[in-house]
Write a protein that binds this ligand. Structure first.
Ligand SMILES: C[S@@+](CC[C@H](N)C(=O)[O-])C[C@H]1O[C@@H](n2cnc3c(N)ncnc32)[C@H](O)[C@@H]1O
Length: 190
């Protein structure tokens, strides 16, 4: 056996919070793996909002969802996740938001210069915590192996560490014996 990867751990945590009929957000659509995972969890009465700034990422994600026959559950948004609140509010939502996933960094097999950035990631994390309902889970996967990744992680962690434990349960999951190992932070709102 081996320990769960950070991506598996992120999925396990999100799965414990998101159910049929809920709204979930993929803050970094990328190649659509997390969007597809969320679309399955919310069922045919739920909805997923999936954000990315790159047309290429949105096209890859749409294709993945179409192939799975689940694209009708997903609203793809060509915008930065730092504009998340404005886009979600425009949809007059009636169901709770119980899961938000971030997978930071750059699009695998895409342009490595197009990366998530400290200031916009911070704004998006703050908005995520405003949007999440009680019982909601936020997962953020950080990568520090590329230029800018360490600064982004430092900015986000200093915000997350400042949150009161009376309101937020926050954990970090990380391989300790590997240099620049990606790591997962999850925030649960009881
Ligand atoms: C590591 S990939 C995400 C992988 C994805 N979760 C998957 O399942 O395939 C990071 C993505 O974040 C996107 N991105 C960068 N800045 C962004 C921003 N401000 N808002 C939303 N997405 C952004 C990139 O275009 C890239 O596609």
């Amino acid at each position: 056996m081996s320990l769960p990867s950070i991506l598996t751990m992120a999925h396990n945590l999100i799965q414990s919070a998101v159910g049929p009929g809920d709204i979930a957000i993929d803050a970094t659509a990328g190649n659509g793996h997390d969007t597809l995972f969320l679309a399955r969890l919310v069922g045919n009465t739920g909805q997923v909002f999936s954000f990315d700034i790159q047309n290429e990422a949105l096209a890859n994600s749409k294709k993945r969802l179409q192939e799975a026959g689940l694209s009708n559950r997903v609203t793809f948004v060509h915008a930065g996740h730092e504009e998340m609140i404005a886009h979600i509010q425009a949809h007059n939502r009636k169901s709770p938001i119980r899961g938000i996933m971030f997978n930071l960094g750059y699009l695998p097999k895409g342009d490595p210069q197009i990366i998530t950035r400290p200031a916009s990631t911070l704004r998006a994390l703050k908005q995520s915590l405003e949007l999440l309902d009680a019982g909601g889970m936020l997962t953020v996967v950080f990568y520090t192996g590329h230029p800018g990744g360490t600064e982004e992680a430092r900015t986000a962690l200093s915000f997350l560490e400042s949150l009161t434990s009376k309101q937020y349960q926050i954990i970090r999951y990380e391989m300790l014996n590997r240099n620049h190992a990606p790591f997962l932070v999850a925030v649960y709102i009881p």
